[in-house]
Write a protein that binds this ligand. Sequence first.
Ligand SMILES: Nc1ncnc2c1ncn2[C@@H]1O[C@H](COP(=O)(O)OP(=O)(O)O)[C@@H](O)[C@H]1O
Ligand SMILES: [Mg+2]
Length: 314
Amino acid sequence: MDLYEYQGKELFKRVGIPVSDGRRADTPQEARAAAQELGGAVVVKAQVLTGGRGKAGGVKLAEGADDTEQKAKDILGLDINGHIVRRLWIERASDIAKEYYLSITFDRGAKKPLFMFTTQGGVEIEQVAEENPDALIRLHVDPLEGYQPWIARRLVYGAKVEDPSEQKQIAAIVEKLYRAFVEFDAMLCEINPLIVTPDGEVKALDSKFTVDDSALFRHPDIAEWRDTTAADPIEAFAREKGVTYVKLDGDVGICGNGAGLSMSTVDVVAHVGGRPANFWHHALRRGRARDPRGTRAARHVEVPDRRPPRRHQR
Ligand SMILES: Nc1ncnc2c1ncn2[C@@H]1O[C@H](COP(=O)(O)OP(=O)(O)O)[C@@H](O)[C@H]1O
Ligand SMILES: [Mg+2]
């Protein structure tokens, strides 16, 4: 489950990672009230589950209540990479001296969490990896050893952060980010940018946070944050019935018992020239595989996804 920026920042706050004070707003009037409460310059930020909001005009600096209301009007309703803006986050504006990048995610190949850190933040990390790979410090964490202080030291020295106060603050954030990653069963925690203010204060200005769906039962408060209005209606229905459903763009419906069989069937259908419309399977949790309720529910999932058949060329 992908979290909105403000939700990810709420989790950052819980583990002690510094973030800016802010308020949720869904209307220009609420944005105005938020600006009045916060006082001073604020930033109006589109809350959509996609990156690159800044470039798309979804992040704007505002000065005072009138300006904030106007910027909120401009941003609400924007289409950012196919996501319509319906929520805003209004937060105190920060002065920025430097923009860094810090993340932790799973490296499935290595079967370990992977930290990535660079002082070349603020841009897409793929761009840094491509253009300036030496500037991107990558470091695995042995899950059995857990977090060790040398991990943060190697990241900050590797990326050539020289200021001792910065080193100390970043090291503390690295440790807290690892704690957030483990405690909230995350798949990804990314801070881009992690800024340094002109006063030398380090804080998280953005958050990208993905929680493992299979662990949501351990975090009922986070599970409640799911925005069902943003989800595909069939996917939402499938989830409610405990069925995994993936929409594809062909016209052959595929039902399997477990992800492995479903995926193989998708391959076989594609191999003989068909185009899968979707595939679904119900979770193979213990005792669930033989539970006919999942299969029955899954059949209902297929119904709303019926489209007229198309002929296939072999
Ligand atoms: N509170 C803030 N104060 C000042 N500048 C901000 C603030 N939040 C974001 N920005 C600026 O806007 C840029 C984009 O914001 P960000 O939250 O990273 O969105 P995205 O990654 O989706 O573009 C940041 O790199 C930063 O320069
Ligand atoms: Mg960002």
